[in-house]
Design a protein around this ligand. Structure first.
Ligand SMILES: CNc1ncnc2c1ncn2[C@@H]1O[C@H](COP(=O)(O)O)[C@@H](O)[C@H]1O
Length: 379
């Protein structure tokens, strides 16, 4: 856990984990399978083991099979975690549903009040699950979680919407299939809701191993998604190999609403992004621990973008892998970039501005900020 920071204003108010946890937060870049905690993976493994599941037994206990705390994958070894372990363990209705609800609860407990969770619709023939079934299972789990919250009338509830990811290794026809599913499960209601809005698909994402695939093959799928009214976010300039002028111009030609990571951007394209005031999903711990950026936290490009008019949403990316919660990311930002309390609150407000839900849907969260801003130094 990151050390507390003393705000350098006259009141020297402490910015600690209590404060950043209490801060109503918006998480906009979290991959479902990467957000499953080790405890949840262990519990799924134990259940499968007790049912005599040979596949789970062969995988081994996640507490041992996945690297112990404190040791992190680099961007090059990272994708194996999913292909070789998590996708082989979380591979049926029960485990997908349980993992989804556990993630929702983990974010809620960390003080996240609005979450745009993203996931790649997976076909799992061994469990008779099609890509569309996968999306139904996740939406059903989120819907049940939401209904439980409504019933409990929890004050610190979380609203969750879903983003569907297209993986860079997919074929164009698989990408179009995901666009069809996204369009089928998107909400067409613009009405503001006084309770927690039911989950629906809100946007499309492009993700996956950035050293693979040709983004140009997805242009027609992303254009069609935009025409359906889906919002777009793309993983952008994650590694030098995926940061060619050609690739980045292709991605920008889709008119994305937000960019994820946004690391290796040439100066002329930075100007385009600033002019369009695109929302940026920036992941401090993921980028530093996976060695995607240089110069530690202080060298992270967050410092550069926070000074622009682009709304910045600090995000966790894969909290199950990097083990830094969103409240800890705010604490790191405060410590490494010298942010006082007001600036930390402003940062959290900026993330609201980048959300796809729209201002009316985010009203409640904005009200929460007003309450936090009125708290002088009691926390
Ligand atoms: C460095 N950060 C990243 N860059 C690119 N893609 C990433 C990622 N972190 C996760 N994913 C993508 O999300 C999938 C896991 O969640 P879902 O199965 O979709 O829920 C990974 O397989 C990868 O394709």
């Amino acid at each position: 856990m990151t050390d507390p920071v003393i705000d350098n204003d006259a009141t020297r108010r402490i910015i600690d984990a209590d404060f950043t946890t209490a801060l109503p937060k918006t998480e906009l870049h979290a991959h479902l399978s990467g957000s499953i905690s080790r405890e949840t993976l262990s519990s799924i493994w134990q259940t499968k083991k007790s049912q005599g599941d040979d596949g789970a037994l062969a995988l081994g206990d996640p507490a041992i099979a996945l690297k112990p705390s404190g040791s992190f994958p680099t961007i090059l070894s990272f994708f194996q975690i999913f292909n070789e372990y998590i996708y082989n363990l979380v591979n049926d209705r029960e485990s997908i549903s349980y993992a989804t609800k556990s993630i929702a609860e983990d974010f809620r407990r960390d003080g996240v009040r609005y979450l745009e969770l993203r996931t790649t619709p997976r076909e799992i023939p061994t469990a008779g699950i099609s890509r569309e079934n996968y999306v139904q299972i996740v939406l059903d789990a989120l819907g049940q979680y939401r209904n439980d919250q409504v019933q409990m009338k929890a004050a610190d509830h979380i609203g969750i919407q879903l983003i569907l990811s297209i993986d860079r290794t997919m074929t164009p026809s698989q990408a179009h299939e995901i666009v069809d599913i996204a369009s089928k499960y998107m909400s067409r209601s613009r009405a503001p809701s006084t309770t927690i809005p039911p989950p629906s698909v809100i946007a499309l994402d492009l993700c996956g191993n950035p050293t693979k695939g040709d983004v140009g093959t997805f242009t027609s799928a992303f254009r069609r998604a935009k025409a359906f009214g889906l919002k777009l976010t793309v993983h952008f300039a994650e590694v030098p190999a995926s940061s060619t002028e050609e690739e980045l111009r292709t991605l920008l030609s889709w008119r994305p609403d937000r960019l994820g990571h946004a690391i290796h951007i040439p100066p002329d394209l930075k100007d385009v992004i600033k002019k369009q005031k695109l929302g940026l999903e920036l992941c401090l711990s993921c980028n530093v621990l996976a060695e995607m950026t240089q110069g530690g936290f202080k060298g992270h490009h967050f410092g550069e973008w926070a000074a622009t008019e682009c709304p910045v949403a600090l995000s966790t990316d894969d909290v199950g892998v990097f083990e830094s919660s969103l409240s800890n990311e705010y604490l790191i930002a405060s410590r490494e970039f010298g942010l006082g309390r007001e600036e930390v609150v402003q940062l959290a407000r900026g993330a609201v501005a980048a959300a796809f839900a729209g201002r009316e849907r985010m009203e409640r969260l904005i009200g929460d900020f007003e309450r936090v801003e009125q708290i002088p130094s009691s926390l």
